[in-house]
Design a protein around this ligand. Structure first.
Ligand SMILES: [Zn+2]
Length: 69
């Protein structure tokens, strides 16, 4: 469902959404053991912090990523 365009300074330039999500930057590896599943390691995918619009998935401009608190 498309939200109405928002005029906030850091709204998405593509669709106007004001919600961003981070790109996944790691995944967890689990090992099956006698007692269950045990976390073995957290493997990095992407070292760089990236923001994507939650609505349209476009990458946020670098300037937006720099002001993310
Ligand atoms: Zn967007």
């Amino acid at each position: 469902m498309k939200k109405p365009a928002n005029s906030a300074k850091y709204a998405c330039p593509h669709c106007g959404s004001v919600e961003y999500i981070t790109a996944p930057n790691s995944y967890d590896v689990y090992l099956a053991t006698a007692g269950g599943l045990q976390l073995q390691e957290r493997a990095p995918i992407n070292e760089k912090f990236q923001l994507h619009c939650r609505e349209c998935s476009e990458r946020a401009p670098a300037a937006f990523e720099n002001v993310a608190g």
